[in-house]
Design a binder for this molecule. Structure first.
Ligand code: B3K
Ligand code: ZN
Length: 879
């Protein structure tokens, strides 16, 4: 039974340190079919400054208390009261007199469909405790500022669970007779309860070793379901590369004798950084050329690195409270982005991150679910693992690095690691380290954490007599979060591009904002910068590398913008110029303003595809046509998804028509027949470009022949999926498509990760008939709401990946989705709430759809016993 809503709001301003300290925990978890018995000994002590009469109030969630002992004696009934969600113990000793509570609980992991706490995934016992899952295992002060060492003993039948894992280092193991065995794990590093984990089951393993820079040997292992360990080699390689990178880039070494990763099928998110025992959604571990796309490979590399980097940013230094979530998440995303940039191509990675930010975080920041990077209040913390906390949080760290420079940033990080190792810290603690290490004043910068919304940056320029004046103006509108609108410290990176495509070396001669190298520090609502004695009128390339997460309004001539798209020496600047131009053209077409595309723009897109000096991955990014939801965001109000679809198709056809000959030539030259598959970034880039061209060529020819041929010839999942998507999306009624999708299904029917792709492929066909298809797919024998990946593949694929059908004018797309969410909410509130965010932009649609969406949401919100997770999202979305 999920927690229903009690309407309680948790506020940052109410933070109080705990009245009791818990320094050490011993746990015995005994697993049998159908039940788990948990005995927890909590070594606690009243805080020195706490009221001597205050009871110890432990959190619980759906728990049954079996027994309670205080210092070795059964507790008198009068000394405690227990409910499923709370255990209060009175008359405990004063400060200075430690005591031990022994709490016995009994759980039913098989019945846990929420996948929080202890549950079973394909028979494997596993846990998820962040944010508040530990309280579903035992009563505890389940908050991140309570740090303790753990000793955990696991017992289970050897046959059912030959592998027994927990946090820390293995200490003892042995036989118990009766076919049962045990293992004891010691975690010497004090940690909050959200980092607790255990895993038990029949697992295969891939093992390796690593030696840290200071010579500590570490046993590495990736555990998988039986028969799949050979798919973990890339993950293992990514882990070792992450370990080396963190030593070199941040001086951070690993700190236990073992590092274990376990890949399971049923998981609410990507992965979890439990100390020494990372638990992963198997989607972010298992790879083979035949089953995984290049995107999957990149995703595994990123998530493996992300969870590993949490060992320092998250585990060694954790968060004081959940409002500080970005302290670990934004910082760790920044670190994984830097890692991927170093391992692959920095520009390609930066473009991918910015594209993701604009596609996911911008709509969140500009809609009803808006919240500051550090929220001030929440009803359900699981709903705040958002693009704003993660991706915008990473942008704030990136701005800090831009403002302070590489050396200053590193000095601040060193001080942070040094000073706060072992702490539960705050954003203030973090920023203070940078201020102290560099002498910078970061008070204004700190506003970024508390002011929600995407700021606007308006840029104007004027040139005469060799004198260029740039005027910058920033503004921030009050949005749904209702937070402040003060001017922010915005680092604005720029270049003055000369006629020959190189940056002019010019120093500003006057201005009201400080300029350091190629960065303007905009700290006021408006500022001006002046450059004099310029030999030519430069083209202003502004906001290079997306140096601040803002919406740019640059009054720049079309000629200059087109020129920058061709010759900005900063490749990111070229991409931005180009995608802004295509975005605006699509926006105007979708809003009915213009049905014609500027031929010069089309020509640049075509030329980019053939530009040899650009790496292929970058060319693929340059010629990508923005997706329908991105176009809808640019239109902003009264969106008609049919018009958006039509506009996008028209642009694809225009590019395809003009580029067909070039594209064919480039694509032929990219072909590497007979060459063995390699997953490296360069090969992935070749495939990305080749498949982008295949899409345009298929559109130009108007037949499925090319894609069908590519599908048949594909020797890897990237090419196979690309071809299948062209067939399914562009030629849904062709017999070639039915044949290919059938073949795909039959071949991969028993591979869950590939089957997820098949469900998504079918759910994203932009044709009205897809609604019947998804109805049927929800009843498909291979569909299951209980598996989050499968639920996301179908419901998420449809609601976020099929704008045209989800937003059908008759409201059927909304109603079908709402119905599935209601069903899913009874099993897994967290996943239901996450999927419900697909509705977040409902107000930007035209009145008929808006009304349909409102009705579907209102109807869903009015259902009895919705979870706190789902009702929180629905209420905020409707507010
Ligand atoms: N810290 C986890 C996310 C936990 C989500 C809880 N609802 C994974 C990560 O960000 O690394
Ligand atoms: Zn994380």
């Amino acid at each position: 039974m999920q927690r229903t809503d009690d309407g309680q709001v948790i506020r940052l301003s109410d933070y109080c340190p705990p009245a009791f300290r818990i320094r050490h925990i011993e746990m015995l978890v005994s697993l049998t079919e159908g039940r788990a018995d948990v005995v927890t000994a909590i070594h606690a002590e009243r805080a020195a400054d706490a009221d001597p009469a205050v009871p110890l109030e432990l959190d619980g969630d759906a728990l049954t208390l079996v027994s309670l002992e205080i210092d070795g004696a059964p507790a008198d009934a009068g000394r405690f009261s227990a409910t499923p969600d709370r255990l209060a113990v009175r008359d405990l000793p004063p400060a200075g007199q430690p005591f031990v509570l022994r709490i016995e609980t009994r759980l039913q992991p098989e019945a846990n469909t929420e996948l929080m706490g202890l549950y079973r995934s394909n028979g494997i016992w596993c846990t998820q405790c962040e944010a508040e899952g530990f309280r579903r295992i035992t009563y505890f002060l389940d908050r991140p500022d309570v740090l303790a060492t753990y000793r955990v003993r696991l017992e289970a039948e050897r046959e059912a669970a030959p592998i027994l894992l927990a946090n820390g280092n293995p200490s003892e193991s042995g036989d118990l007779g009766d076919g049962r065995h045990f293992a004891v794990w010691d975690d010497p590093h004090p940690k909050p309860s959200y980092l607790f984990a255990l895993v038990a089951g029949r697992l295969d393993v891939l093992k390796d070793r690593f030696e840290t820079a200071s010579g500590r040997p570490v046993d590495l292992a990736v555990y998988t379901e039986p028969g799949l360990a050979d798919r973990a080699t890339y993950a293992m390689d990514a882990l070792k590369r992450s370990m080396i990178w963190d030593e070199r880039r941040f001086g951070r070494e690993y700190d236990l004798d073992v590092f274990n990763i376990v890949a399971i099928s049923d998981f609410n998110m990507g992965a979890m950084e439990n100390k020494g025992l990372n638990v992963f959604n198997h989607k972010y571990v298992l790879l083979a050329p035949d089953t995984a796309t290049d995107g999957d490979y990149a995703g595994v590399e990123t998530v493996i690195a992300h969870e590993y980097f949490h060992n320092w940013t998250g585990n060694r230094i954790t968060c004081r409270d959940w409002f500080q979530l970005c302290l670990k998440e934004g910082l760790t995303v920044y670190r994984d982005q830097e890692f991927s940039g170093d391992e692959r191509s920095r520009t390609v990675k930066r473009i991918a991150s910015v594209h993701g930010l604009k596609a996911q975080q911008f709509p969140e920041d500009q809609g009803p679910l808006q919240h500051p990077v550090r929220p001030r209040q929440y009803r359900e913390i699981n709903n705040f693992y958002t693009a704003t906390v993660y991706e915008k949080g990473a942008e704030l760290v990136r701005m800090l690095a831009t403002i302070l420079g590489e050396a200053g940033f590193r000095a601040g990080m060193d001080l942070y690691f040094d000073r706060h190792d072992g702490d539960a810290a705050t954003i203030e603690d973090f920023l203070a380290c940078f201020a102290e290490a560099t002498g910078a004043d970061l008070e204004q910068f700190a506003l970024w954490y508390d002011q929600a919304g995407t700021p606007e940056l308006e840029v104007r320029e004027s040139f005469s007599d060799g004198r260029l004046t740039i005027t910058l103006r920033q503004s921030l509108a009050k949005g749904a979060a209702g937070t402040g609108t003060e001017p922010l410290h915005m680092p604005v990176r720029f270049g003055l591009v000369g006629r020959d495509g190189t940056d002019l070396a010019a120093e500003p001669s006057a201005g009201t904002a400080e300029v350091e190298g190629d960065v303007i520090h905009l700290t006021t609502a408006e500022a001006q910068i002046v450059f004099e004695n310029l030999s030519e009128r430069p083209r202003l390339s502004i906001l290079r590398d997306f140096s601040a997460p803002v919406t740019l309004r640059h009054e720049q001539s079309r000629e200059d913008r087109l020129a920058l798209a061709r010759l900005d020496p900063n490749a990111f600047g070229r991409w931005r110029a180009l995608t802004d131009l295509t975005g605006e053209a699509l926006r105007d077409a979708a809003a009915g303003a213009s049905a014609e595309f500027d031929p010069r723009l089309i020509e640049i897109l075509v030329d980019c595809a053939a530009e040899e000096r650009l790496e292929p991955a970058l060319r693929a990014q340059m010629i990508a046509v923005p997706g329908e939801s991105e176009i809808a965001r640019l239109v902003g109000t009264n969106v008609d998804p049919e018009a958006v679809h039509t506009a996008r198709e028209a642009m694809i056809r225009a590019v395809a028509r003009n580029g067909a000959d070039t594209f064919r030539r480039v694509r032929d030259a990219l072909a590497r027949p007979g060459e063995a598959f390699s997953a490296d970034a360069e090969s992935a880039g070749l495939r990305a470009l080749s498949n982008a061209l295949l899409m345009f060529l298929s559109a130009a020819e108007g037949t499925p022949a090319l894609a069908r041929e590519a599908f048949g010839r594909a020797d890897n999942m990237t090419d196979r999926m690309a071809a299948a998507a062209i067939l399914a999306h562009r030629f849904p009624d062709a017999p070639e498509t039915a044949g290919a999708l059938d073949e795909f299904y039959r071949r991969f029917e028993s591979d869950p990760l590939v089957l997820d792709k098949w469900f998504t492929l079918r759910a994203t066909v932009p044709e009205p008939g897809t609604l019947d298809a998804v109805r049927e797919l929800a009843g498909h024998p291979k569909f299951s709401l209980a598996n989050p990946n499968r639920a996301r593949a179908l419901i998420g694929g449809f609601a976020t990946g099929n704008q045209r059908v989800f937003h059908r004018a008759d409201g059927e797309g909304y109603r079908w989705t709402a119905e599935r969410l209601a069903e899913l909410d009874r099993l897994n509130p967290q996943t239901a709430a996450r999927l419900a965010t697909a509705f977040r932009s409902w107000r930007s649609f035209e009145p008929v759809r808006r009304e349909q969406a409102r009705a579907a949401l209102t109807d869903l919100a009015a259902r009895p016993s919705l979870s706190r997770d789902l009702s929180d999202i629905l209420e905020r979305t409707l507010a």
